[in-house]
Write a protein that binds this ligand. Structure first.
Ligand code: M6R
Length: 607
């Protein structure tokens, strides 16, 4: 998730702009850049790989004085690896204007082809660079009009800020789908992806709406709608302090990231479902191998492994191909696991997990193709595989994987459907699935509202428990595993998970009135069997928490949470936020910091 910033007015200081840009780095930062108009009305730009820290050294002496307008960008790579050429700002061919962008331009390939035919020269592999060239094409002396016309050609999500050397003291911004907040502190117009950098200057801000274009300068700000009509947007007063603002008002990054899931899922889908068809262009180079594959080998650790378990089941059901999964720390030591007819799918949000990388290094050459599913462009895993699929979920700061898990599930469903299509899944069925997947972000969004309240009530009941056993069947067994992992890693409750059918084979001996069971039991084909497992648990006097769905008719003397009803294969993605929130509330009620669980690291780069 990138961050953009813009300051307009003679009191602009580059050092202040860079300070403010630094405050956006928590959103993720692999490279950074600025562009500004100096006192001689020249456009100067500088960019670097790494954090904002390095930028000041790159700027000419005395750059701080005489700046009239400046824009900055903190990048988290989605299209193109982290590099100086891919860092923002992007300039047009005349080098008169510079643009920073947050979001994903879905039709950038079409736009770039068109612009190339008209002799524009591209210097980066980003989707964003098309915006600078589009504004250049539309520019006839009126920067606002040029930004407006260029925005009209963009599909996808954007928050843009632009400066032009012929418009000293002016920053023009536009937004659709990506957040953008603007303000005026009396002498400067300010724009930013979120309020964090702004609140040290003013607490009165305006959240732009989709389609809005705004012009900022020392005198004030003016806003136009898509159709060019002037419009007033309400001014909001911010009463958070800076630290809280970094978390957008949430108490913890984990909670913020749980609530970011609808947007993260939308970003994962963006550009990949067109006319009800799933498009994963990244697979084109290995399509033949996928078609001929006799088996798929899935490798991952922790939460990514749980996503892999769901993928295996869905893939086998839809693609008729055998799929094998193991945790990387075991898989890498097994012999003869891959052959020329197998395809590897390696799942790792960080792309840096040592065991997963070692599995790839050992086995990649023995299989016909390898695919990484990761959130991190430029990570090591992308260099160890034939092709990579990126989650585009934005950075995850909390150690517990939350939004990256649901984004993994969504992308893996898409991958499974594409694999199935090469092996005979009908177009109608594939379209059906694609339409269903398109609706998932909205279902998660709706569910989150009540999920937060309901899971907190249950957490209050169980805040002092020492143990929890999670049970599930079918698609809900990986969900049970994930629920137990979340709970143990941030609340230190002794939580484990077992297939519900295994209860009687030993685990039930643990149960008594002080040992609760968390049953993941949607109204799918497992319902009847789960109901009898729950009876077995209750007859040992163990308290039961039941996570089910709106269609279920389980007895109501249990602690019941009902998620929206969805097809059984999709239940893992709908159930996950409930389990994340339950673990979160348990941790907070136990006075633990969910963002920094003891003994754990976000990336496990050692074996
Ligand atoms: O970066 P990866 O997806 O490869 O990480 C694998 C596990 O370390 C990770 O999923 C871990 O289990 C989570 N942080 C748990 O919330």
């Amino acid at each position: 998730m990138c961050g953009i910033i813009g300051f307009a007015g003679k009191s602009t200081r580059l050092s202040t702009l860079l300070d403010s840009l630094r405050k956006l780095e928590y959103r993720g930062s692999d490279s950074a850049g600025v562009a500004y108009i100096n006192s001689s009305n020249q456009l100067i730009s500088a960019k670097t790989v790494g954090t904002t820290e390095k930028l000041m050294d790159l700027l000419p002496d005395k750059a701080d004085a005489g700046v009239t307008a400046a824009i900055g960008h903190s990048r988290w790579a989605t299209h193109g690896e982290p590099s100086k050429k891919n860092a923002h700002p992007h300039l047009d061919c005349s080098r008169n204007l510079a643009v920073v962008h947050n979001g994903i331009i879905e039709n950038f390939e079409d736009l770039r082809d068109r612009l190339l035919k008209r002799s524009h020269v591209f210097l980066s592999s980003t989707d964003s660079e098309v915006i600078a060239h589009l504004i250049e094409e539309s520019y006839n002396g009126d920067l606002i009009d040029a930004v407006k016309r260029a925005s009209g050609e963009l599909e996808g999500a954007y928050a843009i800020a632009a400066v032009h050397k012929d418009h000293p003291g002016v920053v023009v911004v536009a937004r659709k789908g990506s957040p953008l907040v603007i303000a005026h502190d009396g002498s400067r117009g300010l724009a930013s992806s979120d309020v964090t950098p702004i609140i040290s200057y003013t607490r009165e801000v305006i959240y732009l709406e989709d389609g809005d274009i705004a012009c900022l300068n020392a005198e004030g700000i003016s806003i136009l709608t898509t159709s060019g009509e002037p419009v007033d947007r309400p001014v909001s007063h911010i009463d958070w302090d800076e630290q809280a603002a970094e978390k957008s008002g949430y108490d913890h990054f984990m909670l913020k990231e749980i609530f970011e899931q609808p947007q993260a899922l939308r970003n994962t889908i963006a550009g990949r479902i067109r006319d009800s068809k799933i498009v994963l262009a990244e697979l084109s180079s290995i399509e033949q191998h996928i078609q001929k594959a006799e088996s798929v080998k899935i490798v991952a650790c922790g939460t990514s492994y749980h996503a892999g378990l769901v993928f295996k089941r869905f893939l086998e059901e839809n693609a008729g191909v055998s799929a094998e999964i193991d945790v990387a720390s075991e898989f890498r030591y097994r012999k003869n696991v891959c052959d020329a007819n197998s395809v590897i799918v390696a799942i790792s949000q960080s792309g840096e997990t040592a065991d997963t990388l070692e599995f790839l290094r050992k086995n990649r050459k023995n299989c016909s193709a390898s695919i990484a599913v990761t959130n991190t462009v430029g990570s090591t895993i992308t260099r160890e595989v034939d092709t990579s699929l990126f989650l585009n979920a934005g950075p995850e700061i909390g150690v517990a994987a939350t939004k990256t898990y649901t984004a993994q599930l969504l992308l893996l469903y898409m991958l499974a459907i594409r694999i199935a299509q090469t092996r005979g899944l009908s177009e109608e069925k594939a379209k059906d699935h694609a339409r269903t997947l398109s609706g998932i972000p909205a279902i998660v969004e709706k569910a989150l509202v009540s999920a937060d309240r309901e899971t907190r009530i249950i957490a209050e009941l169980f805040r002092n428990t020492r143990d929890f056993l999670f049970i599930g069947r079918g698609y809900s067994y990986p969900t049970a595993l994930e629920g137990a992992l979340k709970l143990k890693e941030i609340s230190y409750v002794n939580a484990s998970a077992v297939q519900a059918g295994e209860l009687k084979h030993g685990h039930i001996a643990l149960l008594d009135e002080s040992f609760p069971v968390f049953a993941v039991a949607p109204s799918d084909f497992t319902k009847v069997k789960m109901a009898s497992n729950i009876m077995e648990v209750k007859s040992r006097c163990a308290p039961v928490v039941l996570l089910t769905d709106d269609n279920a008719s389980f007895e109501d003397q249990l602690s019941v949470i009902k998620a929206p009803f969805v097809s059984e294969w999709l239940y893992p993605i709908i159930a996950a936020p409930y389990l994340q929130l339950f673990a979160y509330h348990m941790a907070v009620l136990r006075e633990l910091d969910p963002d920094r669980p003891r003994n754990l690291a976000k990336s496990v780069t050692v074996e």
